[in-house]
Ligand binder design. Structure first.
Ligand SMILES: [Zn+2]
Length: 390
């Protein structure tokens, strides 16, 4: 595609139409040029496949489609993302001393981490939800601007948001630094967002729980309070989700494991399982099933050592990148000057490479599919474990 003049760009629509616009036009203006009803229903756009805010300018020829609430993926992402900001705004409205940090979208919802001396209680969650509904019902506009780093840092120093100052400093130099406003409440954010808070369904979200989380996941940094929420497009979707969670809780493997005498864990073997007869029968049955599937899929089964010398983990890159998550086993060998350093295997594949390396292989041997019921040991905080799952 070529440009007619430097000021003109061509936008291609999903139906094959191509229209001329001035460079710098926003998807909001594009939607308006097509139909007022589309401009009203629009929530965001796809521009060359990227999720695009309705306020961001389009500077060159592009493929574009306008998203509405009927587009599930973008709609849910925006609803959850806007709710993260709306929740942070509500928290600061209720407790102005609270410091804000980050609030990403996750499965079914979002979370936001706060620095506040007092712990949030279940009653607080109810108060925050009520405040959020007020913000949604006020239908306040969402605006965005690109700022300089110096302005952003000065702003956050003035408003007393040290975590935001740190975040500003972490944004790569070649990346735009964007500010978003939900009404008069402002946050540092990559976007995109909805057009106004009223586009978020007021009856289809719920704050579920609070948990502790270290700033940037670093245990040497402050412990923050993470509030989790879930959100959907409709009240019925939310109800269905909450029902599913109740049903899943009834079938929680930790509860079933205890009630059906399948397995137990105890402090002396952190993160490891004592399988009882019935539990092990289930385990072995699943293993038999997997063996049948693997055979059909052309896999050969192997077994490799549990304790392996540091040299191999250096070669595989685990030592360099993953060392803090490995169980190190130091061995004093008689007569040796230095201790031998081994590690429990955190991953099977470097051992499989050793089997491949053993003897000559021909291209006729390929593809080679190896499977192992290997035990991998990882040195992780117990919080990374959920019963017998990680
Ligand atoms: Zn945001």
């Amino acid at each position: 595609m070529s440009q007619i003049s430097p000021q003109q760009i061509k936008l291609s629509f999903p139906d094959g139409n191509v229209r001329d616009y001035e460079a710098g036009i926003t998807p909001a203006e594009v939607a308006k040029s097509i139909a007022p009803s589309l401009a009203k229903a629009a929530i965001s756009a796809q521009v060359n496949g990227a999720h695009w805010d309705l306020q961001w300018p389009i500077k060159a020829d592009a493929n574009i489609s306008i998203n509405t609430m009927k587009d599930d993926g973008p709609a849910l992402e925006l609803i959850r993302h806007d709710l993260a900001h709306i929740m942070a705004r509500a928290v600061q409205a209720l407790w102005p001393d609270t410091k804000v940090t980050i609030g990403p979208v996750r499965d079914y919802g979002w979370f936001y981490d706060f620095d506040r001396a007092e712990p949030f209680t279940p009653d607080d969650l109810g108060a925050i939800e009520a405040e959020m509904k007020k913000i949604i019902n006020a239908r306040e506009p969402v605006r965005t601007e690109v700022w300089s780093r110096a302005d952003a840092i000065a702003h956050y120093e003035k408003t007393g948001e040290p975590y935001k100052v740190e975040l500003v400093n972490r944004i790569p130099e070649d990346q735009d630094l964007r500010m978003y406003w939900h009404g008069d409440w402002q946050d540092l954010c990559r976007g995109p967002h909805l057009q106004h808070t009223g586009q978020v369904p007021a009856d289809a979200f719920k704050l579920t729980h609070v948990a502790g989380a270290y700033w940037l996941g670093d245990s040497s940094r402050p412990m923050l309070q993470r509030i989790y929420g879930v959100a959907f497009k409709s009240r019925d979707d939310l109800k269905a989700h909450m029902h599913m969670l109740e049903e899943a809780a009834k079938r929680d493997h930790r509860k079933l494991g205890r009630e059906m005498d399948l397995f137990h864990m105890q402090e002396e073997a952190p993160g490891q399982i004592f399988w009882h007869p019935n539990g092990w029968t289930i385990y072995a049955t699943l293993q038999d099933y997997m063996r049948r599937k693997q055979r059909v899929g052309g896999y050969v089964e192997v077994n490799t050592p549990q304790v392996v010398n540091r040299n191999l983990w250096e070669a595989s890159g685990h030592w360099e990148n993953y060392r803090e998550n490995m169980f190190i086993v130091e061995v004093d060998e008689e007569g040796a000057k230095e201790k031998t350093i081994n590690a429990l295997k955190p991953m099977n594949c470097p051992c499989h490479v050793q089997i491949f390396n053993h003897g000559l292989k021909s291209y006729r041997d390929l593809p080679l599919r190896m499977a192992e019921f290997g035990s991998c040991a990882r040195y992780e905080p117990s919080g990374a474990l959920h019963g017998i799952m990680r």
